[in-house]
Design a protein. Structure first.
Ligand SMILES: Cc1cc2nc3c(=O)[nH]c(=O)nc-3n(C[C@H](O)[C@H](O)[C@H](O)COP(=O)(O)OP(=O)(O)OC[C@H]3O[C@@H](n4cnc5c(N)ncnc54)[C@H](O)[C@@H]3O)c2cc1C
Length: 379
């Protein structure tokens, strides 16, 4: 088994790291203040191909694999996880079309989503459900050669950025089975709320949406006629891939927490010597380094499996569960290493502490990840 990165993988890692340090980092303060994703940053990521890494060249992708994808996401998230989240959510939409769309849908939508000309969103959550697909109330009703969609979706990432959104609806004619529909965000009847005021991940735009008599062609059913009523399969498969992206974000944030702790511990003096000389600090740093390495290898292993076309339902649940716990502990330990200063907005660890919590919640809370992981063993 070869665990080393190829030259291409190292080049992607280096390009993402350089971009994050030189082009994302200077904008972090502004993103935290304005709570939005700068459109000029989207344009730069489009130029660099960050939206396209793991997709086929035939649709405008770079033709690399999910390994390169998680390598890139880790590096971007190491500097600012909101941008990792923004790209991951675009992939939920692009991935849905790539994996389940008809050939015509792939040709129509993927080139724009993979170049970043259109930004994707994925709308499942509603006021009454974040976990249970049976409780979805947004409806789609066929009217001749059109769909009419009505409902409300909450906490939808990237929903305020022009592009496409894949919407999970209760299909009225199919006894409430779930149908997924591709909706251009400029369709009349599609409305977003004010941006949600969040504790962290402030550079990733999140808003609630209202769909009021939204009409799109019947042909926008993801997967065409054969895809109708298959929303639950789509949701399960794509969220599994989404959780792989979140795992990479966790590894990036945990690595940043570790890096900041090492830097600070060498510099901060107490009792006439750097705190790095205290065994209690060494213990925190040693533990973080072990856990970050384990989370990274688990993430890469799941990415490898996905790149081989294998099912990652259980793997991504385990990986996301573990990686999100690792970053939680790393953020907490990093704050401990920094003492009172870590609790101030002057230090990066304060933001990591706020950003990392989402990883235990979105795309399925950790309680559900435990249930999925156990299901493989207990069936
Ligand atoms: C910043 C942000 C961005 C988001 N982006 C998107 C997006 O782009 N698209 C989208 O569709 N959604 C998005 N969401 C929504 C997110 O995916 C849901 O909030 C999440 O799935 C949890 O759903 P919920 O909030 O309804 O929690 P609930 O389902 O109400 O769960 C609350 C708690 O109850 C417990 N619980 C619930 N169900 C079970 C169970 N079966 N077994 C045991 N315990 C359980 C858990 O402790 C859980 O934490 C986003 C949310 C946030 C905060």
């Amino acid at each position: 088994m070869d665990f080393s990165f190829s030259e291409e993988q190292l080049a992607i890692k280096e390009a993402a790291r350089r971009f994050a340090e030189t082009e994302i980092k200077p904008l972090v303060e502004r993103m935290e203040r304005e709570r939005s994703t700068p459109r000029e940053l989207i344009r730069r990521m489009k130029d660099l191909g960050f939206y396209a890494v793991q997709y086929p060249k035939a649709y405008g992708g770079a033709g690399a694999s999910y390994i390169e994808y998680v390598i890139m996401l880790e590096e971007l998230s190491r500097v600012y996880c909101s941008i990792g989240g923004h790209i991951s959510v675009n992939n939920l939409c692009a991935g849905t079309i790539n994996d389940f769309g008809t050939e015509e849908q792939k040709q129509q939508y993927l080139p724009q989503l993979l170049t970043g000309d259109a930004i994707g969103s994925f709308a499942f959550t509603e006021p009454g459900t974040g976990t249970d697909p049976k409780a979805i109330t947004t409806t789609c009703l066929r009217d001749g050669d059109e769909w009419v969609i009505n409902g409300e979706k909450l906490f939808i990432s990237n929903s305020t950025i022009p592009g496409y959104i894949v919407v999970f609806c209760k299909d009225v004619e199919m006894e409430g089975r779930i149908t997924n529909i591709i909706v251009p965000k400029d369709t009349p009847g599609y409305r977003t709320s004010q941006l949600v005021e969040k504790m962290g991940m402030r550079g990733m735009e999140v808003a609630d949406i209202v769909l009021q008599d939204v009409r799109v062609p019947y042909g926008n059913t993801t997967g065409g006629e054969a895809g109708r009523g298959k929303g639950f399969q789509i949701l399960t498969a794509e969220i599994a891939v989404g959780k792989l992206g979140i795992s990479a974000q966790c590894v990036g944030m945990a690595q940043a927490a570790l890096d900041e702790s090492v830097k600070y511990a060498k510099r901060r003096m107490q009792h006439g010597k750097p705190i790095a000389t205290f065994q209690t600090i060494q213990s925190l740093i040693g533990e973080m380094s072990a856990e970050v390495a384990a989370a990274r290898y688990t993430t890469l292993a799941t990415a490898y499996k996905r790149s081989q076309g294998m099912d990652i339902l259980y793997d991504s649940a385990r990986t996301r569960l573990f990686a999100s716990q690792v970053v939680h502990r790393a953020a907490s330990n990093a704050m401990q290493v920094h003492g009172a200063f870590g609790y101030t907005t002057e230090f990066v660890v304060e933001r990591i502490f706020r950003d990392m919590k989402l990883a235990e919640i979105y795309e399925g809370v950790n309680e559900i990840q435990r249930i999925i992981a156990a299901a493989e063993l207990l069936r």
